[in-house]
Design a binder for this molecule. Structure first.
Ligand code: GDD
Ligand code: MN
Length: 380
């Protein structure tokens, strides 16, 4: 066999315009080092999917030979398989799924994991439910009507999973009213209802992104039991948890306000090194409190710079380190030039109480500094 994968890719390239949605369904499967799962996954899919009208699209970011394993299996497989390998894995799991959606030619797109935590036998049920109920989106759920999450290894993971689901449902209570499992990685979407260009998923939660940004018409759910992983191990890490919180914030309040929120939190965290340095200098080392306060402010500005530069604007470091740092420090101290006269103006001129006035100058300075940071020092 020459390899059906190659043949089908050629057919896809030639017929792309005419057969834009000629297929009934595309199964999109993201893979990251899943070589041990491909065989079992394809066997079980072949047993439940029709041979015609269907295609399987793998979007692969592996560093092992998973794509070769898929291509080898594809050569004798009854259903056309495409492997789209990406060198840099942009956007991680979410980016891979969105890329698969762009490549899909089916009237329905089913998204599922490769590790058999999503039983392949459920896939036909998803599409059948969608057709029967005239839905745009069918979600495989672990939380309703007979669904279960047996595959979540321990109590700790169950707690995290249940807790973050509850939190997410609270944040988006109107949008997620009829969605019991917004974190599900198993779902089917009607291609005509999809606006792929609206989707900018960050990390794992593609379904949440889709529900919030695309607002699909009718949503139905199909219960299933989440299985233990077949082979290999989960690719999710601690960093994924942080990315998830960022994703929630961006979806809820927008990207710009999320940056401002993060800047405020970093600023707040700077109080700690500031006070600590002041205490060390003034009380332990016996330095006069005024120069001590100026030095402590410097320590806090350094702390803020380190966090801002690595956590907040890592992707916008267009200037050199020296360029970014010098500007940041000027901004952090110009702060005093702005705040002191403003404070005097408020207290002596407008007779505002000292504490309230101080707070007002801090807020003013925060907004001004964030504006300069976001629009000048780290311009997009
Ligand atoms: N292409 C690509 N790129 N695929 C990836 C990447 C990536 O960066 N990271 C993970 N994958 C693939 C894996 O190979 C697997 O097929 C699937 O995405 C899920 O990855 P797992 O590492 O097994 O995730 P999980 O089991 O922790 O989480 C799954 O279940 C959660 C519900 O508990 C996912 O489906 C989540 O979306 C879901 O919320
Ligand atoms: Mn998994």
């Amino acid at each position: 066999a020459v390899g059906q994968a190659r043949v089908s890719r050629m057919a896809g390239a030639i017929g792309q315009v005419q057969v834009a949605t000629a297929l009934r369904q595309t199964i999109v499967i993201p893979t990251f080092n899943e070589r041990g799962n491909i065989g079992a996954l394809l066997d079980r899919l072949a047993a439940v999917l029709p041979e015609s009208d269907t295609e399987i699209v793998f979007v692969d970011d592996s560093t092992d030979d998973t794509p070769d394993v898929i291509r080898a299996a594809a050569s004798t497989f009854p259903i056309p398989i495409t492997v789209h390998h990406r060198e840099h894995g942009a956007g991680g799991l979410g980016g891979a799924v969105v890329e698969g959606m762009r490549l899909a030619r089916g009237a329905w797109i089913v998204v599922m994991d490769a590790d058999l935590q999503h039983p392949p036998e459920v896939v036909p049920d998803l599409i059948a439910a969608g057709l029967r109920d005239g839905a745009d989106l069918v979600i495989g759920t672990r939380y309703a009507g007979g669904g279960a999450k047996d595959g979540l290894s321990d109590g700790y993971r169950k707690l995290i999973s249940g807790g973050s689901t509850l939190f997410t449902k609270l944040l988006f209570r109107n949008t997620l009213l009829q969605v019991s499992d917004p974190m599900s990685g198993l779902f089917a979407v009607r291609t005509s209802s999809l606006q792929v260009d609206e989707l900018r998923p960050l990390g794992y939660k593609v379904l949440l992104e889709l529900v919030v940004r695309n607002r699909p018409g009718r949503i139905v759910e199909v219960p299933y039991t989440f299985q233990p992983r077949h082979a290999g191990e989960s690719k999710s890490t601690m960093a994924e948890g942080v990315r998830f919180l960022k994703h929630l914030a961006i979806l809820r309040v927008g990207a710009a306000r999320t940056r401002m929120l993060a800047f405020a939190l970093i600023g707040l965290s700077g109080l700690l090194p500031n006070q600590l340095a002041l205490w060390l200098l003034a009380h332990v080392a016996g330095v006069h409190y005024l120069p001590a306060a100026v030095l402590a402010n410097l320590v806090a500005v350094g702390w803020n710079f380190a966090l801002t530069d690595t956590l907040l604007y890592r992707n916008r470091r267009h200037r050199s380190l020296a360029g970014r740092m010098s500007r940041f420090f000027v901004l952090g101290n110009a702060d005093l030039l702005l705040r002191i006269p403003l404070l005097a103006l408020l207290v002596d001129g407008a007779h505002v109480g000292v504490l309230i006035a101080n707070l007002m100058t801090l807020v003013t300075s925060f907004v001004v500094r964030f504006g300069i940071l976001d629009k000048v020092i780290y311009r997009a």
